[in-house]
Design a protein around this ligand. Structure first.
Ligand SMILES: *[C@@H]1O[C@H](CO)[C@@H](O)[C@H](O)[C@H]1NC(C)=O
Ligand SMILES: *[C@@H]1O[C@H](CO)[C@@H](O)[C@H](O)[C@H]1NC(C)=O
Length: 424
C-alpha cells in the first residue's frame, strides 16, 4: 500500500560530538533503506528482508521486547516502531507486513542502522494514520534507538529526516535544527570503505567514549564549582561558564592530567562510591571499564566543535582558498580522532594516507570509527585518477576488499531526506 525510504549519511566533519551537545555537519547519501508496507488487521508485524542474511521475523505488537545483548536487524526496526508507539501512547497498533531492502553497506559508518530505525518510525507513523514534523520524528528516533543500548547523540536520525538534495546541513541540538551548508563547487566528496566492520551496538568502544565525555563533564563542572550532578554534556559546561571553545581548551589543560583516570580517582574527585559511579553514571556495557582518558577526549571534543563552525564559515564565504582551508580542517579532524579520541584503526589510517597521496586535499575517517569509511575531498578534475589510484593501492591488493570495491569507493552528492511514497 505504501513505501518509505530513509537515507544513510556521511559526516563531513564533527565526529563524536553530537552526544556532547555540539553541532555536526553531515549530508545524506543516495543509499538508503526502503520498506514496502501492507497494513493488516492483526496486531502482528511481519518483517522480511530481500537480503537472505537477515532472517524473517514476526512479533505481536502488544509486547515489544528489544534484546540489547545481540543487535539483530529486526531490533532496529522495533526501536523505530516502539518510539512512535510510545510517543502517541498507542495501546493497539495497526499490524503490518513489511519487506525491507537496503543499499547502505552495513557496519561501515554510513548509518545503516539509524536509517533502519528512522524508516521503521516513518512506516509505523504512516500505517497508523498519524503525523509528526521531521524534527519530532528525528527526536523520537534518536531516543528510541537507545533501546538497542547505544548512547547516540542524534546526528544520524536528524540528517536522515532533515536532509535536502544539493546541500549539506549544519545540525544543531537543543533545540534540534538544520541549516543549509553549500559545499564548494570544484570539489567532490568521495567515500572509501576500509572494509573493517564496526557495529556500535556490538562492542563497547562507542559507549566508553560517551562515558568518558560524561565523566569529563562532571569533573570539569566540579572543578569550576558548577552543580556537577546536573551537567551531562561537555557543551553544558561551556554554556554555563559562558566562555569560548578556545577558552574551554585552556580550561581542559588546567584541570586534567594526561594520564588516564582510575575509577578510584574519579570517585574521590566527585565524592561518590564506585557503586554510585556504576549505577548513576555509567551505561550497562561500560560497568567493567577501569580507566578513562578525560584530557584527550575533552580536547578532541572542544577542538572538533570549533572545526565544525570554521568549516561552515568557510563554505559560506566561498573564497578562492575555500577548498584548501576545508582540506586542512578535514586533516586536523582525522589527526584528532586518531590521536586524541583513539577511534581510528590501522586500516583507516592507511586509507587516509592513500587518499591524500592519490590527490585528495583533505581526508578523514567518518562515522564512529574503529573501522568503516573515510571521506575525502578531491578536486573535480582529479576525480577519475583519484579513484583509479585508490583502487590500485587499497583494494586491488586484497581479494576480500576487491570483492567489495564496487560498493566501497564512490563519489557522493548531498541527497534528499526520508519520505513516504503513497499509492496514487
Ligand atoms: C537475549 O539474547 C541473548 C543472546 O541471543 C539470549 O541469550 C538471551 O536469553 C536473550 N534475552 C532475552 C530476555 O530474551
Ligand atoms: C592534508 O594532509 C596531507 C598529509 O599530511 C598533506 O599532504 C596535505 O597537504 C594536507 N592538506 C592540506 C589542505 O593542508
Amino acid at each position: 500500500k505504501f513505501y518509505a525510504r530513509a537515507p544513510g549519511r556521511v559526516n563531513l566533519i564533527g565526529e563524536h560530538i553530537d552526544y556532547c551537545g555540539y553541532a555536526v555537519l553531515p549530508m545524506a547519501i543516495e543509499q538508503d533503506i526502503l520498506i514496502a508496507v501492507e497494513p493488516v488487521n492483526t496486531q502482528v508485524v511481519q518483517l522480511a528482508n530481500t537480503n537472505p542474511l537477515y532472517l524473517d521475523f514476526s512479533t505481536s505488537m502488544k509486547n515489544i521486547h528489544i534484546n540489547k545483548t545481540k543487535p539483530v536487524w529486526h531490533n532496529y526496526f522495533l526501536c523505530g516502531l516502539k518510539g512512535v508507539q510510545e510517543h502517541f501512547g498507542l495501546n493497539s497498533l495497526t499490524g503490518m507486513n513489511c519487506l525491507l531492502d537496503g543499499t547502505i553497506p552495513p557496519s561501515s559508518g554510513l548509518s545503516s542502522s539509524s536509517a533502519l530505525v528512522c524508516c521503521a518510525g516513518l512506516v509505523t507513523l504512516t500505517a497508523n494514520g498519524k503525523t509528526l514534523s521531521k524534527v519530532e520524528l528525528a527526536e523520537i528516533c534518536t531516543k528510541s534507538e537507545r533501546y538497542i543500548g547505544t548512547e547516540g547523540g542524534g546526528m544520524d536520525q536528524s540528517i536522515s529526516f532533515l536532509a535536502e538534495e544539493g546541500t549539506a546541513k549544519l545540525i544543531e541540538f537543543s533545540p534540534l535544527r538544520a541549516t543549509d551548508v553549500r559545499l564548494p563547487s570544484g570539489a567532490a566528496f568521495v567515500i572509501a570503505n576500509s572494509c573493517v566492520k564496526m557495529n556500535k551496538a556490538a562492542t563497547s568502544h562507542y559507549n566508553i567514549r560517551v562515558m568518558e565525555c560524561r565523566l569529563a563533564t562532571k569533573l570539569l563542572s566540579k572543578s569550576k564549582g558548577l552543580e556537577w550532578k546536573k551537567m551531562l554534556k561537555l557543551q553544558d559546561v561551556q554554556a554555563k561558564l559562558g566562555v569560548s571553545l578556545k577558552e574551554m581548551l585552556t580550561i581542559v589543560e588546567e584541570v586534567f592530567h594526561l594520564e588516564p583516570y582510575s575509577v578510584e580517582e574519579i570517585c574521590t574527585c566527585l565524592g561518590i562510591s564506585p557503586e554510585e559511579l556504576r549505577t548513576q553514571i555509567l551505561s550497562q556495557n561500560t560497568q567493567d571499564v577501569t580507566s578513562f582518558k578525560l584530557y584527550q577526549r575533552a580536547k578532541h571534543v572542544y577542538s572538533e566543535a570549533g572545526r565544525v563552525l570554521e568549516f561552515k564559515k568557510i563554505c559560506s564565504e566561498a573564497s578562492a582558498s575555500a577548498i584548501q582551508l576545508l582540506g586542512e580542517l578535514m586533516n586536523q579532524s582525522h589527526i584528532s580522532c586518531r590521536d586524541m579520541y583513539e577511534c581510528s584503526c590501522p586500516e583507516l589510517d592507511q586509507l587516509v594516507d592513500i587518499c591524500l597521496q592519490s590527490g585528495a586535499i583533505g581526508s578523514r575517517l567518518t562515522g564512529a570509527g574503529w573501522g568503516g569509511c573515510t571521506v575525502s575531498m578531491v578536486p573535480s578534475d582529479k576525480l577519475s585518477t583519484f579513484l583509479t589510484n585508490v583502487k590500485e593501492a587499497y583494494y586491488k591488493r586484497n581479494d576480500q576488499r576487491l570483492a567489495l570495491e564496487k560498493n566501497s569507493l564512490f563519489a557522493t552528492k548531498p541527497g534528499g531526506g526520508a519520505l513516504v511514497f503513497l499509492e496514487a
